[in-house]
Design a protein around this ligand. Structure first.
Ligand code: TYD
Ligand code: MG
Length: 454
């Protein structure tokens, strides 16, 4: 007999459990489990094995055209998506409330419309008047974007399914949408899953690119709908903090393009401005003469990016000295400190240590080890680093400095910004070639770097 099994879904992380509990076992949130009203398909009675349709299997070998794309009209966005929005795909753009998602999307909508394509922007958060006001402030008041302030998914789909489907449909935000097919409030996992599914189905059927906005919780998860991340073709995060003007659009999943590219924007009084040369911006107000600042020649995807790493090392009055890191991995810092202690004899156990990546950028490359170490040693020794040098290289536990990828691109970028040497792994000299843009001053080991600075 067909029987629908009851399941409980955590409204914060989307974990599914067969029995109710006061606290989600997966993410630890209290009172977040709710009985799921559409617990999977109902096995239809009387359906015997062997009744399925025979699928026409295709050979793996064969040719398929590149997915057709709609250019977004914004170069930084095209870079992150891998060359524009793929037709029929669904994209999730996540970010903290107030970071600028709606601003980015109204600007994108206007840019897409500018190229003669049809864009529908549906807001569940703002009234038409508010959206118009924002567009006027951004000098986009005349853009040919079709607007709606709606939250019921049946109405939205009926509207966009009438006549020619739009090229791009923007839903701001998925947390405000609801469908009457499920019986729970908007913003719950059940609603988000059902509305996303309906929108994604529409995207596949019509060839429209559907862009979903999702708010992120404090701990960096897209509130409720982690489930949506698995359903969509691409997930982009819009990052930055209120204290800085920079906003970074980072791709964390992309079925049709790269996942390590970033787009850089600056939030201004007239909306988001694309930043084609972020290095210049991130090094903008640098104080090269102060100890504890090292310029890291980094890479974000295919694009080199120079940023300043700043360290402050000072004797601590506390029993347990403070360690604070902004923009870098704290376990990576612990590792560099351990290597400085074990192989270079620098005892930092009694020091407070602060490490900061300037401009609000977040660095995830191990190649930043050497720059971080240089900043730390420079601060400890109160000796400024050479103002014309950049740093890159990975530090191993043995204290050796290992070569990293893309040395040539890093050197070229450093030369463009007026630097004249790179303190970098000896192993990268060969890759840089006979006539490198700027010479590599080879660093074999961390002890070698310390001897150079102190
Ligand atoms: P918004 O796009 O509404 O954020 P989200 O949709 O992610 O919640 O951005 C709101 C913030 O951006 C708000 O704090 C004001 C700021 N902002 C500017 O600084 N300049 C502008 O031109 C606009 C439109 C917004
Ligand atoms: Mg918004």
């Amino acid at each position: 007999m067909a029987r629908r099994t009851t399941q409980y879904v955590c409204q914060t992380c989307g974990a599914v459990s067969s029995k109710w509990a006061g606290r989600c076992e997966s993410c630890g949130t209290w009172n977040s489990l709710i009985e799921d009203s559409d617990g999977g398909p109902l096995a239809s009675p009387g359906l015997k094995p062997g009744k399925g349709r025979v699928i026409d299997l295709q050979p793996l070998a064969g040719t398929t055209e590149d997915a057709p794309r709609t250019p977004s009209g914004m170069e930084e966005l095209d870079r992150v998506t891998g060359g524009g929005f793929v037709r029929g795909s669904a994209i999730l753009i996540g970010g903290d409330p107030g970071i600028g998602k709606s601003t980015l999307l109204i600007q994108t909508a206007a840019a897409v419309a500018e190229s003669g394509r049809r864009v529908v922007y549906v807001s569940g958060e703002e009234a038409i008047g508010q959206i118009r006001l924002r567009a006027e402030r951004l000098a986009l008041g005349e853009a040919a974007v079709a607007l709606a302030a709606e939250t019921r998914i049946e109405d939205i789909l009926a509207t966009v399914s009438t006549g020619t489907p739009p090229d791009v449909l923007i839903i701001d935000s998925i947390q405000t949408m609801w469908t009457e097919t499920v019986d729970s409030t908007p913003g719950t996992v059940t609603q988000i899953r059902a509305t996303s599914q309906a929108l994604i189905r529409f995207a596949k059927r019509s060839g429209t690119t559907v862009i979903l906005v999702g708010h992120v919780t404090k701990d960096g998860q897209i509130a409720g709908p982690r489930v949506v991340e698995h359903m969509v073709d691409a997930v982009l995060y819009f990052e930055g903090d209120g204290a800085h003007r920079f906003r970074i659009l980072r791709s964390v999943k992309n079925r049709f393009g790269p996942t390590d590219e970033i787009g850089v924007f600056e939030m201004s009084g007239k909306g988001l401005i694309e930043v084609p040369n972020p290095s210049a911006l991130f090094l903008g107000d640098r104080d090269a003469a102060s100890p504890g600042a090292a310029v890291f020649a980094g890479m974000e995807g295919t694009r080199p990016l120079l940023v300043e790493m700043q360290a402050l090392v000072a004797p601590s009055p506390l029993g347990t000295p403070r360690r604070a890191v902004v923009g870098w991995d704290s376990s990576r810092l612990s590792m560099v400190l351990a290597v400085l202690d074990a192989h270079c004899g620098l005892k930092l156990g009694g020091h407070d240590i602060y490490l900061n990546v300037a401009g609000g950028l977040r660095i995830i490359e191990p190649a930043a080890d050497l720059a971080a170490a240089a900043a730390l040693v420079s601060s400890l020794a109160q000796a400024p680093l050479p103002a014309d040098a950049v740093f890159f290289g990975e530090i191993s536990l043995s204290g050796a400095v290992r070569s990293v990828a893309h040395a040539s691109a890093r050197l070229r970028e450093a030369q463009k910004l007026g630097f004249s040497k790179a303190l970098a792994p000896a192993g990268n000299i060969a890759e840089a070639g006979d006539a490198p843009p700027i010479p590599i001053d080879p660093i074999e080991s961390l002890a070698g770097l310390v001897a150079r600075i102190a």
